[in-house]
Design a binder for this molecule. Structure first.
Ligand SMILES: [Zn+2]
Length: 275
């Protein structure tokens, strides 16, 4: 793919062809020096594309290139911080206006308690906080289980805590999985919300609790290429000196979508989370 097509000489911010979601999602900086020389770099996923023809750049040109890209990155970071601050402010208002959850169709469907979630309209709201307890964003879960984050809100390194850590802390992907793990084992749980956030959350919790046993309770995405859940949990466990727990469906009538400890609980009744 070429992102250089139709771009004029100068600096640009564009949607990334790899991780971009919409044209206004401008996470990629593009610096074009002349017809033959350009570089594109996504500040979110790291995708890089360069156009280099005929002659090598001089050291001075190379340095100027790097400085322009750095300026684009600073713009991007400042915009992202601004969006995240706006989302956090809006999350705070919506959170205090919402009612503590007692009963919701999703909780009933998953056979779990509310664990500090709230209700807004028909949605179950799960808060995303950093290690200092600061609220950054919200996840909305509809009655049918469809999940949505606040646009622009920070996710990275944020989690929803269930229970107080005492010696052991279990990190999971989803709220229902976390609720089940806490209810079945009594261990404190951090819900990281997605596989890509397991590592940032594990690192943040390792800094906050240097001496605690961290357990990564994996989603076993057995029908998905590359098993993203198990792969990410394994990596995160390694990175923070943690343990890995994988749901064991042996001998159970496992469906294609049965991947996590909540699914295991619904099939098997009691659940052990052994690392
Ligand atoms: Zn990207």
């Amino acid at each position: 793919m070429s992102v250089f097509h139709d771009l004029t000489i100068g600096d640009h911010r564009l949607m990334c062809p790899v991780c971009g979601k919409a044209p206004r999602d401008k996470t990629m900086g593009v610096t074009i020096l002349d017809e033959q020389h350009g570089i594109a770099h996504c500040f979110r996923c790291g995708y890089v594309e360069s156009r280099r023809e005929q002659r090598e750049l001089t050291p001075a040109e190379r340095k100027a290139f790097a400085q322009r890209m750095e300026a684009l990155r600073r713009n991007h970071d400042a915009e992202q911080r601004q969006r995240q601050a706006e989302a956090a402010a809006s999350a705070a208002v919506r959170w205090v206006s919402a009612q503590p959850a007692h009963d919701h169709q999703y909780l009933r469907a998953k056979g779990i308690q509310a664990h500090g979630t709230r209700i807004e309209g028909n949605a179950l709201m799960v808060p995303l906080r950093d290690t200092s307890g600061q609220l950054h964003s919200l996840q909305f879960i509809a009655a049918d289980g469809a999940k949505l984050f606040m646009p622009g809100g920070r996710t990275r390194g944020c989690y929803h805590a269930i229970g107080k850590p005492a010696g052991k802390l279990v990190i999971v992907e989803g709220f229902a999985t976390g609720a089940t793990v806490h209810e079945q084992t009594g261990h404190a749980v951090a819900v990281a919300f997605n596989a890509g956030n397991l590592l940032p959350v594990a690192r943040a919790l390792r800094s906050k609790f240097p001496c605690i046993d961290l357990v990564l309770a994996a989603d076993d995405d057995w029908k998905t290429d590359g098993n993203p859940g198990l792969t990410a949990a394994t990596e995160a466990a390694k990175a923070v000196g943690g343990l890995l727990a994988v749901p064991n469906f042996t001998g159970l009538p496992r469906g294609d979508k049965d991947t996590d400890f909540n699914d295991l609980h619904r099939l098997a009744g009691a659940v052990e989370v052994t690392a």
